[in-house]
Design a protein around this ligand. Structure first.
Ligand code: NAD
Ligand code: DAU
Length: 351
């Protein structure tokens, strides 16, 4: 197999690359990433040394360049992780979210279609997997779960752009018969997550004795899933998912944000012995506009059809995660400092 992983230098893309190459060490992987602030080659530095991994710094909205990549190799699957992913940034500046998340997806679909649809039929065993999000369903009240048939009701520019991409993909499947799947996952956590997202941000701030900004009352609920469990689910969808289907992926692990922050404080105190890390660092700040109150996924479909279950309990996953960031403080400093791009520009001669 030769597969393309877009967004390969980001959080989930880099974890998926590692997972995939461990499981399929003979396959060829082409990783595409624009290397925005969120994409860091440091996340995949060991993989960059491998003969069967090729990294291409490119923007997924560049149709000509994406076409050239498809011209060079017979691509069997595209797994599209590339996106602007941070809700707060989408409130500040929505346009790049529409460009990358919607137009970028459409470019990938069009180029894949051009190469996979020949002489009036689709080539065998091709697959386009779109990594979507539970946020496309909007917000839940105190009860109930998102299922695959829940109507799309996105409420932030980020989730609107992801929902739009999902609809474009569905249209390519219905109109052209394109072999696609969409996966919609809940909040991931684990190594290599950019420290703007809740868990790594709180770890980074606490270690530096900075305030821990909790939006509003902190009682918003997210369903947390360890990133490796997500990677395993995507792999199963690639292998056994029914063409055209959507699969929700979730941990059945709902936690209030304030619980997560307190847990991080507790673990960091335990692991570092630093007594200045305590609850007094917590600041309740102005709430995120349009903040979704609760997300929760019902993963029955992927469990029943593909046999997937989350395998890493939250207490184990969060401990591993806090440990990873503690052991990788240099990574955290570098990816947040802006020095990182200069280093790679020197190393690879990029401008
Ligand atoms: P991330 O921000 O860490 O990584 C995104 C990657 O995409 C970065 O490496 C970035 O450089 C790259 N990228 C951005 N614009 C690009 C462009 N125009 N062309 C090429 N590359 C580009 O995000 P993540 O958390 O790893 O999320 C990956 C995917 O999973 C996204 O599609 C996101 O919507 C989805 N998702 C994330 C979560 C989560 O909890 N993090 C949950 C569900 C779904
Ligand atoms: O649900 C899946 C989504 O999870 C993905 O599609 C997104 O790409 C990913 O960013 C994530 O979105 P969230 O908005 O849930 O993640 P974030 O880490 O930004 O915030 C998690 C919760 O914590 C949310 O309720 C907002 C809150 N929060 C976040 C930050 C950064 C705070 O209270 N303080 C903060 O400083």
């Amino acid at each position: 197999m030769t597969i393309i992983i877009t967004g390969v230098a980001g959080f989930i893309g880099s974890n998926f690359l590692k997972y995939y190459l461990r499981r399929y060490p003979e396959d060829k992987v082409i990783g595409i990433d624009k290397l925005t602030y969120a994409g860091n080659l440091e996340n995949i530095k060991e993989e960059l040394e491998r003969d069967n991994f090729v990294f291409i710094r490119e923007d997924i909205t560049n149709m000509k360049k994406i076409d050239e990549i498809f011209e060079e190799d017979e691509i069997d699957a595209v797994i599209n992780f590339a996106a602007e992913s941070h809700v707060d940034r989408s409130i500040e500046d929505p346009q790049i979210f529409l460009k990358t998340n919607v137009i970028g997806t459409q470019v990938l679909l069009d180029v894949a279609k051009k190469h996979w649809f020949r002489d009036g039929r689709w080539k065998d065993d091709k697959r386009f997997i779109q990594i979507s999000t539970d946020e496309v369903y909007g917000a839940l009240g105190p009860t109930g779960f998102f299922v695959e048939t829940t109507p799309l009701n996105p409420r932030s520019p980020y989730s609107a752009s992801k929902a739009a991409a999902d609809l474009v993909i569905r249209a390519y499947h219905e109109t052209f018969g394109m072999p696609v799947n969409i996966t919609r996952c809940s909040n991931n956590y684990g190594p290599y997550q950019f420290p703007e997202k809740l868990i790594p941000l709180m770890i980074n701030n606490a270690l530096n004795h900075k305030e821990l900004p909790v939006y509003g009352d902190g009682k918003q609920i997210r369903d947390w899933l360890y990133v490796e469990d997500h990677c395993r689910a995507i792999d199963l969808v690639m292998e056994k998912g029914k063409i055209g289907e959507v699969y929700n992926i979730g941990g059945h692990n709902e936690k209030e944000n304030i619980y997560i922050v307190s847990k991080i404080i507790e673990l960091l105190r335990e692991m570092t012995g630093d007594e200045e890390i305590d609850e007094s660092l917590i600041r309740h700040v102005k709430d995120r506009p349009g903040h979704d109150r609760r997300y929760a996924i019902d993963p029955s479909k992927i469990r029943n059809e593909l046999g997937w279950e989350p395998s890493i309990p939250f207490d184990e996953g969060i401990k591993k995660t806090v440990e990873w960031y503690l052991n990788n403080r240099e990574w955290m400093n570098r990816v947040t400092s802006g020095e990182y791009m200069k280093y790679y520009e020197r190393m690879y001669g990029w401008r």
